[in-house]
Design a protein around this ligand. Structure first.
Ligand code: FRU
Length: 326
C-alpha cells in the first residue's frame, strides 16, 4: 500500500486551518477540522513506522473531519516534552502520545489533560492515569506466553540470554516480569540479562558479550524483534546460531513474521501498533462519546505453523511457499 501518499495534506493542512477560529465541537458539522497532535517517540524504529502508517491511513479516511500533526521526538524524552508543548501552542483539540519513557513524560501529559484537552496514550504507559484513555496490548501476558513457549521449545531445561527493552519503560519491565512467571518452576535459567534499549545494534552488542562469556546458550529471549535479529546476527557471525533458539516480540509482517518464515526466529509475539485504534477512539472522544480508560489489544504467538495464516488475517502479502520447505 502506498501509505505515505497522503503525507502532503497532513503537512499542509496545519496552515489551512490556522486562521479558522471555530470551536473544536463545531468540527464535523462542516465548520472546521479537529486538529489531532500526535507525539511519536521516534519515527525510526520499524514498529514505530508501522504505527505511524496505520494511524495516518486511518486518519486519511476521515480527512473531512480531522487532520493530524505528527511530531517525531527522535528517541529523546526532553525533545518529546518540547514537542508536547509545541503541539499545545499550535492549538490541538486532542493529543495522542506514545511516550519514550514514563517518568519524564508524566508531568507534561498530565498538564495537557488537566488543562481540558483529551489525551490518548499509546503502548508505553506513564506513571499516573492522567489521560482520557490508554491503548495497548498488555505486556506481562506477552512475556509470560514467551516464557511458556521457551520452556516448550527447550523441553523444560536450558540456559537463556535475555535482551531487555528499555527498563525505564513499562513494556521493558513487564515483558521481563511476565517471562519470569512463564518459566517459573521449569529448568530454564536466565544466565545473562541486559538492557539493549529496544535497538537492534545494542541487541547485537549485548549478544556479542554473552557469546564471549558463555560457551553454551540454548535460547535468546529478546523483548522485540529488532533486538532478537541483532542477537541472531551476532550468533551467526560467531558461527553459533544453530546452537540456540530465538524468540522476539512485535510480529511485523515485514520483519518478525518474515524472520519466522525464513527460520531466523523460532517465534515472535504480535504486538499490535494501536495506530488505527488511536484514530478510532480519538474520533469517539471528539464526538463526545465516553470511552473506556484502558483499551487492551490482543496479542498472539506466531511460529512457522501459523505465520501464513497470521499474514492473511492482518491483510499482509503472503509469500509463496518454497518447494520442499515448510
Ligand atoms: C518500538 C518498540 C517496539 C516495542 C515497543 C515497546 O519503539 O521498541 O519494538 O515492541 O516499542 O514499547
Amino acid at each position: 500500500m502506498k501509505g505515505l501518499n497522503f503525507l502532503p495534506w497532513i503537512l499542509v493542512l496545519p496552515f489551512l486551518v490556522a486562521s479558522c477560529g471555530d470551536r473544536a465541537g463545531d468540527a464535523g458539522k462542516g465548520k472546521r477540522k479537529w486538529i489531532i497532535g500526535f507525539s511519536q517517540c521516534n519515527n525510526a524504529e520499524p514498529w514505530r513506522a508501522a504505527m505511524n502508517k496505520a494511524l495516518l491511513m486511518e486518519a486519511a479516511k476521515h480527512k473531512d473531519e480531522i487532520q493530524v500533526i505528527l511530531m517525531d521526538a527522535q528517541n529523546d524524552s526532553a525533545k518529546q516534552r518540547n514537542d508536547v508543548e509545541n503541539l499545545v501552542t499550535r492549538g490541538i483539540d486532542l493529543l495522542i502520545i506514545s511516550p519514550k519513557e514514563s517518568t519524564p513524560l508524566t508531568r507534561p501529559v498530565k498538564k495537557v489533560y488537566q488543562g481540558g484537552t483529551p489525551v490518548i496514550v499509546l503502548d508505553r504507559d506513564i506513571d499516573e492515569p492522567a489521560y482520557t484513555c490508554f491503548i495497548g496490548a498488555p505486556n506481562e501476558p506477552i512475556g509470560e506466553m514467551a516464557g511458556k513457549y521457551a520452556v516448550q521449545l527447550l523441553g523444560g531445561k536450558g540456559k537463556v540470554v535475555e535482551i531487555m527493552g528499555l527498563q525505564s519503560t513499562p513494556p521493558g519491565r513487564e515483558r521481563h516480569e511476565g517471562f519470569l512467571k512463564g518459566i517459573a518452576g521449569s529448568g530454564l535459567k536466565i544466565i545473562y540479562s541486559q538492557d539493549a534499549a529496544w535497538l537492534r545494534e545494542e541487541g547485537m552488542k549485548v549478544m556479542e558479550n554473552a557469546l564471549q562469556a558463555f560457551p553454551r546458550i540454548d535460547l535468546v529471549y529478546a523483548h522485540n524483534d529488532p533486538m532478537a535479529l541483532g542477537a541472531r546476527r551476532a550468533a551467526e557471525d560467531a558461527g553459533r546460531a544453530k546452537e540456540m533458539k530465538f524468540i522476539g516480540i512485535d510480529g511485523l509482517p515485514s520483519e518478525g513474521v518474515k524472520a519466522v518464515l525464513e527460520g531466523k526466529l523460532d517465534a515472535t509475539f504480535w504486538y499490535p501498533t494501536c495506530g488505527k485504534e488511536a484514530i478510532q477512539y480519538a474520533l469517539k472522544i471528539l464526538h463526545g462519546e465516553k470511552v473506556p480508560k484502558r483499551i487492551d489489544l490482543k496479542s498472539m504467538r506466531i511460529t512457522k505453523e501459523n505465520a501464513r495464516a497470521f499474514l492473511e488475517k492482518v491483510g499482509a502479502p503472503v509469500p509463496e511457499r518454497i518447494p520442499g520447505k515448510k
